[in-house]
Design a protein around this ligand. Structure first.
Ligand code: GUN
Length: 284
């Protein structure tokens, strides 16, 4: 039986810590951190994520402006909004919820955000900082994953880690963070041959594929720590589920995260931390 690691509880304690720090910061610098979130369109998943981010700002006590725009907004209009937020001295963090509609070039939008306000850590400057081990803003989900692993007391150095998925948001950056902590990292993906033979060697298995219940028990090593980054709908029940077939994998694992209540809340807690980091860059 695995120990189920609650990202929800850890996220709550991170947010509580930030909330406690806030009065001193406000007294010292005369204002609170401010996160601006831009949502284009009505995608139900994105609407729900953005609401979650606003709620976390409220819990922590930081200022939040959520700007909702119709799907018909032009790229130029969106870039102009970002420019205004870049130049607003009272805005510390800018987050544009992805995905964007097809007529807008996401890369152009991400590149337009000032790197010191890029709370997502998606700007090429911040990505380069991660890969060069220079100070920068780390992307929220990878940061949250490492925090969960460390909080559970799972040794990373020298361990075999397999990350399934090679996205810019999760797979690639989490692989680099774990490599920097001296794990031996294998990145598996849709073209990997004999995936199970690779995943079943992993002491720590990170599933970030975006396919419901993709990781089956036979793909997991006995005693592995299994981190589920997926947020999917179960096609049969329509309920939220991860990339891991939890019911069958859990008995084989030593540690496992759940969906919901696992990595999702950690992403938001790390977003709050990143907003504080950006604020400190601006006020100090
Ligand atoms: N869409 C899915 N995940 C993310 C995220 O971490 N940040 C943003 N901006 N959009 C997302």
């Amino acid at each position: 039986m695995a120990q189920v690691i609650s990202g929800k509880d850890l996220a709550a304690s991170i947010k509580a810590g930030l909330r406690e720090e806030l009065p001193q910061l406000e007294a010292k610098y005369g204002r609170k951190p401010h996160l601006a979130v831009i949502l284009v369109g009505e995608d139900p998943g994105s609407v729900s994520y953005v609401k979650g981010k606003g709620k976390a700002c409220e819990e922590v006590g930081i200022n939040n402006t959520t700007i909702r725009k119709d799907v018909s907004i032009t790229e130029a209009e969106l870039l102009e909004m970002i420019d205004n937020l870049n130049n607003d001295p009272l805005v510390d963090g800018i987050l544009v919820q992805l995905p964007l509609p097809k007529h807008i070039d996401s890369d152009k939008v991400i590149n337009a955000i000032r790197p010191d306000k890029d709370v997502d850590g998606f700007h090429p400057m911040n990505v380069a900082s991660l890969y060069l081990k220079q100070p920068g803003i780390l992307p929220c989900t990878p940061k949250g994953i490492v925090r969960v692993i460390e909080h559970a007391g799972i040794e990373i150095a020298g361990k075999n880690v397999c990350v399934i998925g090679r996205s810019n948001i999760v797979g690639m950056p989490v692989s680099k963070l774990l490599l920097d902590k001296n794990a031996t990292v294998t990145i598996a993906h849709s073209r990997t041959k004999d995936l199970a033979s690779i995943t079943s060697q992993a002491d720590i298995l990170v599933a970030a594929v975006g396919r419901p219940l993709f990781v089956k028990a036979e793909m997991v090593k006995e005693g592995a720590a299994v981190i589920d980054v997926g947020v999917n709908r179960n096609p049969e029940t329509n309920k939220l589920c991860g990339d891991v077939d939890f019911i069958n994998v859990e008995p084989k694992a030593s540690y496992i995260t759940k969906v919901p209540g696992g990595i999702g809340p950690m992403t938001i807690a790390c977003l709050m931390e990143n907003t504080f980091e950006c604020f400190l860059k601006h006020v100090k």
